[in-house]
Ligand binder design. Structure first.
Ligand SMILES: [Zn+2]
Length: 339
């Protein structure tokens, strides 16, 4: 997402400060692990956290719990070209990290640090290593050599090999504190706290996602999806037409939205359609209309179906995206059919 934003000045976002202090404490007591598995949802700031930790570990004169910002190492980190920092990621976003890429790491891991300190590796997202790539990494995790820090970042812990997980110290990132995140988003975007709060609800409390919503006009895409869904219910468009207009978008994101709307509907049908229970106020009218008419049985079946489709996408089973979207939207249309 926006990790370029932090590339020149990695920072620890306010809601991750506790984890930061914990790791520095380990370091101060010589209990710093050689491999960290940094786990937590997307858009929380894991990537800049890892860069900040790399920066700190590589810095020659860290003080007050932060890198100094002006030693040779800090200059190299900030220029993005520190020879003792190795960032491993897929060659293209969404593609797996290949075994050859992991093998290239070997030379780096077993070399001497050029600046005489640590060598740091950041693998992001680590869950995108396939089994062969993971196995190639295992040996390095077992015998990494002195003064090495390997950070594996994931938001899909379930996809990591148990053998990899067991060789790392796991650091679970906590959900972003709502008050801190609201304040931060509001400052970053220069919007009122109320708007920041609404963006955070839509972004499932992911602060970086909330920024992206505003900056990449994902709110526009969201409005388009909502309109498509409403058009299907009002029979102004067919599921096939709407699927045609949407299937090239980020379907995991879209299905996530649809799922959260369905959850909203379920919540309000259980409570006599109290509008205050709807979290997604931008979709309020349609959600309330559905809540009044839909059968529970259908709604829950539909929710399961959306979750199954999300899993297919997540585990890269390469579904036919257009067909997948058509199926989902067709069943969306059927929500209002009497049992
Ligand atoms: Zn420094």
């Amino acid at each position: 997402m926006s990790d370029e934003l932090w590339q020149d000045r990695p920072m620890v976002l306010p809601w991750l400060k506790g984890r930061w202090e914990y790791l520095l404490e380990l370091k101060a007591h010589n209990r710093f692990p050689h491999a960290l598995l940094i786990n937590g949802p997307e858009g929380l700031g894991k990537a800049c956290f890892a860069l900040a930790l790399a920066n700190y570990v590589l810095c020659r004169e860290p003080h007050n719990g932060a890198a100094c910002g002006h030693c040779r190492s800090c200059e190299l980190t900030e220029s993005g070209g520190h020879p003792d920092l190795y960032q491993l990621k897929p060659e293209e976003p969404g593609k797996p990290i290949k075994i050859d890429q992991v093998r290239e790491l070997t030379a780096f891991i077993y070399s001497t640090a050029q600046q005489g300190g640590y060598r740091v590796v950041i693998i992001d997202p680590a869950d995108s290593m396939n089994i062969n790539a993971s196995n190639a990494l295992l040996k390095m995790l077992e015998e990494p050599g002195a003064n090495t820090l390997i950070m594996l970042l994931t938001h899909r812990l379930g996809q990591m090999l148990p053998t990899i997980k067991s060789r790392c110290q796991r650091v679970d990132m906590p959900p972003a504190d709502v008050a801190l995140a609201t304040q931060w988003v509001s400052t970053q975007l220069e919007v009122a706290p109320e708007e920041a709060a609404q963006l955070l609800v839509i972004a499932h409390n992911s602060p970086l996602q909330a920024l992206a919503y505003k900056q990449e006009d994902l709110l526009g895409l969201r409005a388009k999806v909502l309109k498509g869904l409403a058009d299907i219910l009002k029979q102004r468009s067919s599921p096939i037409e709407v699927a045609q207009s949407l299937y090239r978008e980020d379907l995991e994101l879209l299905l996530g939205w649809i799922y959260s709307w369905v959850v909203d509907i379920a919540r309000s049908t259980e409570n006599n359609a109290d509008p205050d229970l709807l979290r997604h106020t931008d979709a309020r009218n349609m959600l309330l209309a559905l809540a009044r008419k839909v059968s529970h049985h259908r709604l829950y079946a539909f929710a399961d179906q959306v979750q199954a489709a999300r899993k297919d996408l997540m585990f890269r089973r390469n579904p036919n995206k257009q067909l997948l979207m058509e199926t989902i939207l067709n069943d969306w249309r059927l929500l209002l059919r009497p049992d």
